[in-house]
Write a protein that binds this ligand. Structure first.
Ligand SMILES: NC(=O)c1ccc[n+]([C@@H]2O[C@H](COP(=O)([O-])OP(=O)(O)OC[C@H]3O[C@@H](n4cnc5c(N)ncnc54)[C@H](OP(=O)(O)O)[C@@H]3O)[C@@H](O)[C@H]2O)c1
Length: 324
């Protein structure tokens, strides 16, 4: 089958390890099944893998990709849940299984014509969603869904800040939080991306680091070092930061004094459960909320999407069309 792989790890020039070519078809073990991929989406995770974060050299070459929508062995349209874990080992939540992994970390990923996954990792694709839209949901959108609805536990009509508006996770947060009635501030380094954040439903969009006109109940962080101090300073007393990533670095000042004095909470969040993914797909089908897609490319041109993500050019998701 045709696939996009990490062939080498390079921390400074990650795209030099990217290869496109033929790989063996998956050989699913007992309890697993093979999905014929129709669309797959790119995540920053794929760039981290090429830098050797979460992917060790002894596992190379590795098929990249966490997100896919396609057709299962019985002809059903499905969305693939990327978390390979045992809910029983995580107290009923596979994201808390200490031995969990994401597709492309231990098992071959989704940037391929076929991907093998445990049978329980298939979620029905609602007919209202295209394969391209459904392929955006399993990582960035699921992470945003869990941050907003499971981890933040916000009351209706809250005021929130989303840092780095252009990102896959961030654009999902803007869309989901505004669609559910929160007042959403967003930041971005780029004026055109701030305009697009407004069109997604943000109440206001500001340059990265600019002071907000009011304090917020919660900040959604995936940027890390470049925005952390601003996130802490933007919270009202008792507010929360929900953090899922640190794209710009993970060593910001901790801001301990402000954290204890204002009784702030810092809440980590990672991916989501299969059940959360199923509810997210149904939410999108019922509400008309759809992922913001920056561009759709044939899988053969995956390197263009990786380069645009590395350059920070994107607003929303890059989707790869697979097969005819
Ligand atoms: N824990 C989990 O389960 C989980 C799941 C998904 C993602 N993540 C992590 O979350 C992060 C975002 O993922 P993604 O797929 O959404 O990435 P992405 O689409 O590449 O978005 C990254 C965004 O971060 C902002 N950014 C990057 N560098 C910045 C800087 N120096 N200053 C200010 N803003 C900066 C950019 O916003 P602007 O260009 O608009 O300024 C950019 O759009 C990644 O680190 C990823 O690994 C974690």
């Amino acid at each position: 089958m045709f696939a996009i792989t990490a062939a080498r790890i390079d921390k400074t020039n990650p795209l030099s390890g990217l290869e496109a070519g033929e790989r063996p078809d998956p050989a699913p073990p007992e309890g697993w099944t093979t999905v014929t991929v129709k669309a797959a989406a790119l995540n920053h995770h794929d760039l981290w893998s090429l830098r050797g974060v979460g992917l060790s050299p002894d596992r190379l070459p590795m098929v990249l990709g966490c997100d896919a929508a396609g057709v299962d062995e019985d002809g059903n349209e499905v969305v693939v849940h990327a978390v390979i874990g045992d809910p029983d080992a995580g107290g009923g939540d596979e994201t808390r299984d200490p031995r969990r992994s994401l597709l492309s970390e231990v098992h071959p990923g989704t940037l391929a014509e076929k991907v093998a996954v445990p049978r329980r990792n298939l979620v029905p694709k609602p007919p209202e969603l295209s394969f391209e839209e459904a392929a955006c949901l399993p990582t960035a959108w699921l992470t945003a869904y869990r941050m907003l609805f499971t981890r933040a536990a916000l009351g209706p009509g809250s005021t929130v800040l989303v840092q780095g508006a252009g990102g896959g996770v961030a654009s999902a947060l803007i869309r989901l939080a505004s669609a559910t009635g929160h007042r959403v501030y967003a930041t971005s380094r780029d004026a055109a991306k701030r305009d697009r954040a407004l069109r997604l439903g943000a109440y206001a969009a500001l340059p990265t680091g600019e002071r907000l006109p009011e304090k917020v109940d919660a900040v959604f962080e995936s940027v890390g070092e470049a925005t952390w101090a601003h996130s802490v300073r933007s919270l009202r007393p008792g507010g929360s930061i929900i953090v899922c990533g640190a794209t710009s670095g993970e060593a910001p000042p901790a801001e301990l004094t402000r954290t204890f004095f204002l009784q702030l909470s810092v809440i980590g969040s990672t991916m989501g459960t299969r059940d959360e993914l199923r509810r997210l797909t149904e939410f999108c089908a019922r509400t008309g909320v759809r992922p913001e897609i920056d561009r759709v490319l044939p899988l053969e041109r995956a390197a263009e999407g990786f380069a645009a993500m590395e350059q920070g050019e994107l607003f929303g998701k890059v989707v790869f069309r697979v097969g005819s």
